[in-house]
Design a protein around this ligand. Structure first.
Ligand code: ZN
Length: 259
């Protein structure tokens, strides 16, 4: 699933090519995407991100919200194409076409008035999360990893980056969030910002189907320290990486140096 670095990568690449461009057409190729229409002729005012949601603001005080969910991706093609498998919609611009491709069909697209979505509590790139988390944490018994992935608390972190962040911070993913101190939360938040920023610089992590706007693989998979390294030596302490399940999600960690 695209997480914050992947969606941020799409934002940055889209800004380069569609800002101030007019939408010439919109083709729905899979009606399950949502009943969205009426924005042909509008220009792109901005492209931003709201957690893992891509927000395309138009010049008439409305915005398109795209959530890619499990397998959604965007692909820019200069030439219009009738057949790209799993295409759910196409937005047509003067200089090219934006395809949304999504084999599992969970992606959603909506059109709304500017800013009428829910406010997110914390974007990991823009706020100091530790104080925010500390205030909420005390009544929670959730494992710290699930808490990091709770989109109502911090928006944008999914399964890959949660494992990486907790390994970098040397925190056991199963620890109850109530037992994590403010100082440890500071360490987690600093590790998180560094990892997410580096992953954005690498245009995301392509361990499975993630590709950027132009169809290229990201490069952060070459820098993963713990994710999908089960039974291999920990790169920090030489201990063995384990794979466990936390709230049903495969979780990688080193029992020797993550406490
Ligand atoms: Zn270790």
């Amino acid at each position: 699933m695209p997480e914050l670095p992947e969606v941020e990568t799409l934002c940055r690449q889209l800004r380069e090519i569609v800002l101030n461009e007019e939408i010439r057409g919109f083709e729905v190729r899979d009606a399950k995407i949502g009943a969205v229409s009426g924005f042909t002729g509008r220009k792109i005012f901005s492209v931003t991100r709201y957690g893992k949601t891509l927000v395309i603001k138009l010049d008439d005080d409305t915005e398109l919200l795209l959530h890619l969910r499990m397998t959604g991706r965007l692909l820019w093609q200069v030439h219009h194409q009738e057949v790209i498998p799993y295409t759910r919609f196409v937005i047509i611009f003067p200089r090219g076409n934006l395809f949304c491709i999504d084999p599992r069909r969970f992606a959603t697209l909506a059109l709304q008035k500017n800013g009428s979505g829910k406010a997110i509590i914390s974007d990991p790139l823009q706020t100091r999360w530790a104080p925010v988390l500390h205030e909420i944490t005390c009544t929670r018994k959730t494992p710290v990893k699930s808490f990091l992935m709770d989109q109502r608390v911090i928006a944008g972190i999914g399964n890959i980056y949660a494992s990486e962040i907790l390994h970098a911070a040397a925190i056991d993913p199963m620890r109850s969030i109530c037992e994590v101190t403010l100082r440890e939360l500071e360490t987690i938040s600093e590790a998180g910002r560094n990892i997410l920023q580096r992953a954005i610089d690498c245009r995301g992590t392509s361990v499975s189907d993630w590709r950027d706007l132009f169809g290229s693989r990201g490069e952060y998979q070459n820098e993963l320290k713990v994710y999908r390294r089960e039974s291999l030596p920990c790169l920090r302490c030489g201990g063995t990486i384990s794979r466990i399940r936390v709230n049903g999600r495969g979780t990688y960690f080193c029992a020797h140096c993550q406490q």
